[in-house]
Design a protein around this ligand. Structure first.
Ligand code: ZN
Length: 270
């Protein structure tokens, strides 16, 4: 599933390509993709201009100039594709004039588009999502308080819990634990202040680096232009079970944590 760095990459690309442009037509090929009735969606979207594109957690928010916003969750395989050709996984097509089309493709069909009032967004987002890890207001004290709210939760799962902290999923939670030299199975309450500091620094570092490389195409993530992100070669543990630890050379272990494959180094992580 695309996480913060992947969604941030698409957000920046969408901003570059469609902000200020008018949506002249929408073709809905799969009604299931909409979390708003088709009639309401078309009425609220066609003829509006894109005011800005934002990201919150793993959500893309297309703000329109008529007081509405299109909320998009890419879930497993959702993709916005610039000027592509429609194919069997294309669910919605946005036209911007006669030449430019943006496709919403989604093979697994868990992704969705929902039309909401822009004014209602801040309250909804604050209820559903914890702080953004790259915001200035996200401090190590804040992380420490957040972790205390679920003292028995394992740290990797705490990092993935969207209500506690936004935008981190299975890839970057594993990377952050490795970078911080903390076992993903440690309970939140067992972490010492210096370990929380290391986890904090690791989250910020891995997210910033991954954005720089345009995200990780570990599964089927593609950016707006249909290109893969460049961060996979920089992943230290995700997807590297049974391979050698890049730090100490031991063989990396894989376990299931909350049903998700989790890779770590027994020697480097305590
Ligand atoms: Zn190691």
């Amino acid at each position: 599933m695309p996480e913060l760095p992947e969604v941030e990459t698409i957000k920046r690309q969408l901003n570059r390509e469609i902000t200020g442009k008018k949506i002249t037509g929408v073709e809905v090929l799969a009604v299931r993709t909409l979390r708003t009735s088709k009639a309401q969606f078309l009425e609220g979207v066609v003829g509006a201009k894109i005011k800005s594109v934002e990201r919150r957690a793993k959500l893309l928010i297309l703000n329109l100039n008529n007081g509405s916003s299109i909320l998009t969750h890419l879930k497993m395989t959702g993709q916005y594709v610039y000027d592509g050709e429609a194919h069997k996984h294309t669910r919605v097509i946005f036209s911007f004039g006669p030449k430019l089309k943006i496709m919403f493709n989604d093979m697994r069909r868990f992704g969705y588009l929902k039309l909401v009032k822009t004014v209602d967004l801040p309250k909804f987002l604050a209820n559903e999502y914890g702080p953004e890890p790259l915001e200035k207001s996200f401090t190590v004290q804040k992380l420490s308080e957040i972790l205390k709210r679920r003292p028995n939760m394992k740290i990797k799962q705490s990092l993935m819990e969207q209500k506690l902290i936004a935008g981190i999923g299975n890839i970057y939670a594993q990377e952050a634990c490795f970078m911080a030299r903390v076992l993903p199975t440690r309970s939140a309450k067992s972490l010492k202040p210096d370990e929380i500091q290391k986890i904090y620094d690791s989250i910020r570092k891995v997210m910033t680096e991954a954005i720089k490389y345009g995200g990780s195409s570990a599964e089927n993530y593609l950016n707006l232009y249909g290109k893969e992100g460049g961060f996979v070669p920089h992943l230290k543990v995700y997807g590297r079970g049974k391979e050698k630890c890049r730090r100490c050379g031991s063989i990396l272990k894989t376990i299931k944590l909350g049903g998700r494959g989790t890779v770590y180094c027994e020697k480097c992580q305590k």
